[in-house]
Design a binder for this molecule. Structure first.
Ligand code: SF4
Length: 332
């Protein structure tokens, strides 16, 4: 990836939350390491799928990149600038370039606002709505872009279906022509029957408008169609990152293999013969992660070494990296 191609570079990102006890003295008793050393790059116009069980730090990573959460450590570069410690006024122009589409199309839209005002709010906030005629034309254009009829602009969110509401959220995110959209589980609250439609909206818009996506999801089935590369997260860390087809064809990390085992395969012969990696138990607490490899308490392939030695995310070449002792040799 050449320097000019890089839109976003995240290096050793950490987001830690203090846990306090006591109503008066509020003594810090622990730290939740929600994101604990995440690194990746995103090219202009590319989609990186960020996958893992709930609580693994995916959404926190997205919010920290948008600087809606304060990073505890590491560095975030966007369009060549170190934005890790940007103050409020420096963040303002940045907000035009990075947007978010939220998981809940029901809760994320103000029920008392008309669709026109919901989609147009970012234009108002950035002082781009002074010419009323141009504003209305832009709203109509944005609605058409996401497959909504412009004459629905005076309706309220409750008059739309879940899939339509998510399209409203996407139109709002597009209003400022961002270079990056962070999509935080944008289809998981939708009916399975309309998830594919909304994923297709994302794919078509990217082909037309060329923005990059960080597409967060909890299962590998959802990100398959939309992603160029996929990063798998477990307990605040990336454990595997690779090109999309490589991840599905030859997952290397036992956790990726387990996530993939949960994804149905259309071919009944492949489905009947493929290897299943069982993973038992719950995700451990990020307040007290296991020693050594964080996955060792659930990994069916764990060795003695895994209990006390933390595997680094090793570059295996061709854009693939894995954090597992089973692949240490391949990296050397
Ligand atoms: Fe499993 Fe050990 Fe690899 Fe961790 S390092 S994923 S415990 S084999």
């Amino acid at each position: 990836m050449s320097e000019a191609d890089v839109l976003l570079r995240v290096n050793d990102l950490q987001v830690h939350f203090p846990v306090h006890k006591g109503a008066v003295f509020r003594k810090q008793v622990a730290t939740v390491k929600a994101v604990d050393g995440v690194s990746f790059q995103l090219k202009r116009g590319e989609t990186l799928g960020l996958v893992g069980e709930s609580g693994c730090g995916k959404s926190t990573t997205g919010l920290a990149i948008l600087r809606m959460l304060e990073p505890s450590g590491g560095r975030i570069e966007f369009e060549g600038k170190d934005i890790t410690h940007f103050d409020k006024s420096s963040l303002r122009p940045l907000r035009r370039r990075m947007q978010m589409v939220y998981q809940d199309p029901f809760g994320s839209l103000n029920p008392r606002m008309k669709v026109r005002d919901i989609i147009g709010e970012p234009l108002e906030v950035h002082g781009l709505a002074n010419d009323r005629k141009a504003f209305d034309q832009r709203i109509a254009q944005l609605m058409r872009t996401v497959g909504l009829l412009p004459d629905m602009a005076d309706r309220f969110p409750h008059e739309f279906s879940g899939g339509q509401r998510q399209r409203i959220g996407i139109a709002r995110a597009l209003a400022l022509e961002p270079a990056l959209i962070i999509c935080d589980e944008p289809v998981s609250a939708l009916d399975v029957s309309i998830q594919a439609q909304v994923v297709n909206v994302f794919v078509e818009l990217q082909q037309r408008l060329g923005m990059a996506y960080l597409f967060i999801a909890h299962d590998l089935a959802v990100v398959r169609h939309v992603s160029d590369r996929i990063a798998v997260m477990y307990l605040g860390r990336i454990v595997e990152i690779a090109a999309r087809d490589e991840i599905y064809r030859r997952p290397l990390h036992p956790y990726t293999q387990a996530l993939l085992a949960a994804v149905p395969v259309a071919d009944p012969v492949v489905e009947a013969t493929r290897k299943r990696i069982p993973v038992s138990g719950e995700v451990p607490s990020a307040m007290n992660p296991p020693s050594g490899c964080r996955f060792h308490t659930r990994c069916p392939l764990a060795m003695d070494r895994c209990r006390h030695e933390d595997p680094a995310l090793r570059d295996l070449g061709a854009g693939r990296a894995v954090a597992c002792h089973l692949h240490d040799m391949a990296a050397q």
